[in-house]
Design a protein around this ligand. Structure first.
Ligand code: SF4
Length: 228
C-alpha cells in the first residue's frame, strides 16, 4: 500500500517542537511563512499571527519580508482549538474568550495577519471581528497553506465539502469579504511543498488538491456520496 504523510501535520496539527517526517515542525512552519512572503507582500506596517499556530509562519514571513513582527493578539491558554468544537455556538464562544487584541499596538496601522488555515471561515471571521472597531487602517491576511477544498476521509474533522469556505465562495476576494479583510492570499501548493523540502510524492495533500493517495476503506463510501 502507498504510504503518504499528512502535510497538514506540518502546517497545523503537530506540536511545533516535534520532529516528524525527518524534520522539525517549527522550522518547517517558518519556511512556509517565508514562501508566503515571496508570493504576496502587501504594503503593511506590521506582521502578526493569530496565536499560537500561526506564530511560526508569521516569524518566517517577517524575517523574509523585513516587516516588523508583533504579537497583536494575546491568547488565553485555557481554551482549546476552536474548529474542533462540535457546534457553531460553542466555536463562536471559544473564539470570543480565546484571543484579545492589543489596541495601542494596532490602532492606525496597516496590519498583515498570518494564519495557518481556514476551514469553515467562521473562526477567522470571529477573530477579525475582534479587530474591527479598534482603529486598524487596513487588515490583510495570508494563509500558510492552499485553500482547503476537499474533506478528509482519514480522520481529520473537515466534515463535508459543503462546509468548507473555499468551496462556498468563488475566489479569494469573496472569502476576504466574508471574513472582513482588505485582501487575502493563500500559499500555493508549489510554495507549500517547497517549504517542506521534500518531494510532493511523500505527502497526502488531498484536502487541497482532491487527489486522494489511497483508496480509503469502508468509510469512504459515505464520504464519496457527499462529494457528488
Ligand atoms: S486529506 Fe490528507 S493532507 Fe488533508 S488532512 Fe486529510 S490526511 Fe491530511
Amino acid at each position: 500500500m502507498k504510504h503518504c504523510h499528512c502535510i497538514f501535520e506540518l502546517i497545523y496539527f503537530a506540536r511545533p517542537d516535534s520532529q516528524i517526517f525527518g524534520q522539525n515542525v517549527y522550522l518547517c512552519r517558518k519556511r512556509l511563512g517565508r514562501e508566503l512572503a515571496r508570493e504576496y507582500r502587501p504594503d503593511v506596517d506590521l506582521v502578526m499571527p493569530f496565536p499560537d499556530s500561526g506564530s511560526y509562519a508569521a516569524i518566517g514571513y517577517a524575517e523574509e519580508s523585513g516587516i516588523p513582527f508583533e504579537m497583536g493578539m494575546i491568547r488565553n491558554h485555557y481554551v482549546g482549538r476552536t474548529f474542533i468544537q462540535p457546534t457553531q455556538p460553542m466555536r463562536d464562544f471559544a473564539v470570543r474568550v480565546k484571543l484579545n487584541p492589543v489596541k495601542p499596538l494596532l490602532e492606525g496601522k496597516k496590519v498583515l495577519i498570518v494564519e495557518d488555515s481556514i476551514i469553515r471561515g467562521t473562526t477567522s471571521r470571529n477573530r477579525v471581528k475582534h479587530l474591527q472597531g479598534i482603529g486598524i487602517k487596513e487588515l490583510h491576511m495570508v494563509i500558510s497553506c492552499p485553500p482547503t477544498m476537499f474533506p478528509c476521509p482519514y480522520g481529520i474533522d473537515f466534515s463535508s465539502k459543503g462546509e468548507l469556505i473555499a468551496t462556498k465562495k468563488e475566489n479569494e476576494k469573496a472569502i476576504a469579504e466574508f471574513i472582513g479583510l482588505d485582501s487575502l492570499h493563500y500559499l500555493t501548493v508549489e510554495g507549500m511543498v517547497k517549504a517542506t523540502g521534500m518531494p510532493k510524492e511523500c505527502f497526502c495533500m488531498a484536502c487541497y488538491t482532491g487527489d486522494y493517495p489511497i483508496a480509503p476503506p469502508e468509510k469512504i463510501d459515505k464520504f464519496c456520496m457527499e462529494l457528488k
